[in-house]
Design a protein around this ligand. Sequence first.
Ligand SMILES: [Mg+2]
Length: 111
Amino acid sequence: MTLADDDPKMYSWLLMSSTDVGEELRSERIRAHEKHREHSMESWPVLSAERFLVLSEEVGEVAKELNDAKVEGRPIDQAALRKELVQVAAMAAGWVAALDGGSPIHTDGGL
Ligand SMILES: [Mg+2]
């Protein structure tokens, strides 16, 4: 039993949006893998610390868009913000998938 079961109307937006982005995240993981090749976070073995650095870089790019908009006195570029958030989510999803797939990354002791 979850909160969504208690009040499905209240959480319908969450349930809908959750199912909509899964394929987009997979596509982003593939795009990033093809772009970065041997440096891809989809390649094994990849250390947890390496994944964290890349995830942090993507989070930083979200912060950059927000800060640039503020400093430049312009509205947040919603498309750019969304793109960076998808990259954050894709990186995290790939990390979770690696853990679920038995990747040794969680026992490597870091860099
Ligand atoms: Mg990015």
